[in-house]
Design a binder for this molecule. Sequence first.
Ligand code: ADP
Ligand code: ZN
Length: 726
Amino acid sequence: MCRGVNQRARVLLLNAALGPLDYRVDRDRPVVPGSIVLAPLGPRQLAGVVWEPETLPSDAEVGDNRLRPLAHVYDLPPIQAPLRRLIEWTADYYLAPPAAVLRMALASASALDGARSVIEYRATGHVPDRLTPQRAQALKRIGERQGLVRELAAVADVSDAVIRGLVKAGAITAVEVSIDDRYPLPDPDHAPPALSDDQQAAADTLREAVRGGGANPTLLDGVTGSGKTEVYFEAVAEALRADKQVLVLLPEIALTEPFLKRFEARFGCLPVAWHSDLRSSQRRRAWRAIASGEAKVTVGARSALFLPYAKLGLIVVDEAHETSFKQEDGVHYHARDVAVMRGQFEQVPVILASATPAIETRVMVEQGRYAELKLPGRYGPAQLPDIAAVDMLRSPPPRGRWLAPPVVEALEETLARGEQSLLFLNRRGYAPLTLCRHCGHRFQCPNCTAWMVEHRLMARLACHHCGHVTPPPRLCPECHEPDMLVACGPGVERIADEVATLFPDARVAQVTSDTIWSPAKAAEFVHRMEAHEIDIVVGTQLVTKGYHFPNLTLVGVVDADLGLAGGDLRAAERSFQQIAQVAGRAGRGAKPGRVLVQTREPLAPVIRALVEGDAEGFYAAETESRREAGAPPFGRYAAIIVSSEVQEDAVSAARAIGRAAPSVEGMAVYGPAPAPLAMLRGRHRQRLLVHARRSLDVQDAIRDWLGPLQLPKSVRVAVDVDPYSF
Ligand code: ADP
Ligand code: ZN
């Protein structure tokens, strides 16, 4: 029998619970590997991508005569081979269903829709005759925003019906939005800067790498304020000159706004932004422009990594050490590592930019697997700030206060000079724990192993893990005594209160995810800083990232010991990075900067390394202790999290998994034991920790181990390969 090669197609459907399925292809609607199609599944139709059967075995092969035909082949560019290989690699390495990874590439099924426009809604400014409180709230929250009915309803926190009512009343109107509009083209020669010699040398090497192509990961290791962005922009320009696309990954959407401004100044227009805050029309337009090659530069959060770029020429991971590149739910992947793999499959250079690179990245450089470019000094007249420790045992703050006298004095001097200060504390809210003085009751989240955190700004207690909130209590729920509740320890709000008490005339701003929750809010903050409408910023790790404020000359670290508690493998490294980054915000202009680090352990290696400016010594010691312990990157870990709403189910399933653990040379299994968050969002969690030699195929071992196990339906098993913290 003779049959055409294209008669049968293997399709990876957008349903993580399904394996790949085979379909019949019509002669007049041919497909190739990568074609995006619509396929029937039972009574429904599902989008998917045609795949090579060799690389995607199916255990549900159906005879030719029983194949169902494909429903539709989209008129979209096929997913190219390098991205298909990346999807396979990611699924394999992180033990995830390929369909779950594919979903990130297709981003939103609506992107596949052929329509060239959508109908969105926005406020007209007309106030309806009947203005119920709900309608008033909706109009206020919507403001200038535009979007689908359900998007506006979500913004306003009302039902769709309220929005539709406002449309009928003429307060909101429909607008047609073209998703076919072209993006402006960035001009590589719009406003090139005059580079310093160090910068020039680094930029030349990167430009060369872009011209030459080929996989080529490079660590761009430059101190804070050295101009890493200016340097990698030259590589971006080179890719543009070659008519290639560029992806720039940023750790946090809140950071994109200042970045966008700098990009615009350098290239004459904005890049295409990709993050979870996009409206569906924006997402669709961006996806199509990326897939067609029209979007020249995409700036995005980690999810931009899997998009189907038509002609990728360069990937940049900015602030590559950032922990937010590690995705902790769904597919557990590390965007920095996947970026390097994408560079390899696409054969394009990858630039990892950081002032405080991860030990993993440094070791890759030492082993000669990544190249390294250094920018040893700050750009222009700016000098690295002086860092000093403030011993909290020797000069403690007064009772009920958290800022030590030397820090208060420094704030005062800085204010007097008309300069700006920043206080860093990585803890949102007013106080991390509320306790009854009478009976000792502590307010705990009912869904998580976590204290309820007091938020005075929002007047409630909140769990930072599941979002559970309660109104602030007046009585103790245990002993019913009134007025006995006390707030224990400081959060950002409490420090801001203290500052306001100390300096009633100072203009204080809080910067946390509670106050900066959108790119627009970040832009507003940057603007107020630049216009010097703020004297003192009190913020969480959100302020450690990438910001550049020339008039900011004092940084105070409120509690340098906070990150060292817990004994996590990466605690010291992360503390070092965080403090070095926040210190790096000081003295970035012509005026020198000063950093005061409050600690009870001024002799701890992390603190000493910061004060003495001995990053090399610190990293060398950390790297050595990892090597001795066989910890990453010299050995590997994988965490197996077993969870259930029923505690006994979680425990017995975890035990069963433990009993079934294979004995493999070079691999050890610890646990089960309660996971670090023993209860999370109402699920009880047990954990097994796998520790393996670098050379061992730990994924294979785990697949063989977990694959055949039959567990109760209530039990969920998630594997975190290279877990970030434990
Ligand atoms: P990093 O990312 O290394 O911390 P940035 O790229 O933010 O440093 O640069 C710090 C500041 O110095 C920015 O305001 C940047 O615009 C400026 N800068 C750096 N290099 C140059 C240059 N060659 N010409 C003009 N300004 C520069
Ligand atoms: Zn909770």
